[in-house]
Design a protein around this ligand. Structure first.
Ligand SMILES: Nc1ncnc2c1ncn2[C@@H]1O[C@H](COP(=O)(O)OP(=O)(O)OP(=O)(O)O)[C@@H](O)[C@H]1O
Ligand SMILES: [Mg+2]
Length: 113
């Protein structure tokens, strides 16, 4: 089992949720987060003063899937939907996951996803 974390632009949230639904990825947790990447934010000018904006609002998706095939499908969709070609498009992190437990039934592992 793998956990996929994707940090994307806020404006991609609805499109990505719909696209994941279309490929039958239904177990999703979404967070509103703040973050910065390589550019360390940007400099804005507010009433003549330079203001460093270090943390930008982003949306983070957490998705747990069973197989490498599902990782590929899910990552392909995220890359396609989240891409604009400009800095700040986001990042995808993939982790190994030890176990999942469905609280209602006590099922473990793939059965619980
Ligand atoms: N190394 C990292 N560790 C943790 N979070 C990160 C990391 N890099 C990026 N992020 C998160 O992803 C968001 C988007 O990052 P971003 O797309 O700007 O990455 P980047 O490396 O700067 O690439 P680009 O040059 O395309 O902007 C950040 O706001 C931050 O929340
Ligand atoms: Mg960046």
């Amino acid at each position: 089992m793998k956990k996929i974390e994707a940090i994307v632009r806020q404006e991609k949230y609805i499109d990505l949720q719909e696209a994941l639904n279309e490929i039958d990825v239904h177990g999703i947790t979404v967070y509103q987060v703040m973050g910065c990447g390589h550019q360390k934010g940007y400099t804005n000018v507010v009433r003549g003063n330079k203001v460093e904006i270090n943390m930008l609002p982003k949306v983070k998706f957490e998705i747990v899937v069973s197989t490498e095939e599902w990782v590929k499908k899910t990552v392909d969709v995220i890359q396609k939907v989240a891409y604009t070609g400009n800095v700040g498009d986001g990042k995808i992190f993939i982790y190994d996951l030890d176990d999942v437990i469905r609280i209602r039934t006590g099922e473990h592992g793939i059965d619980a996803i």
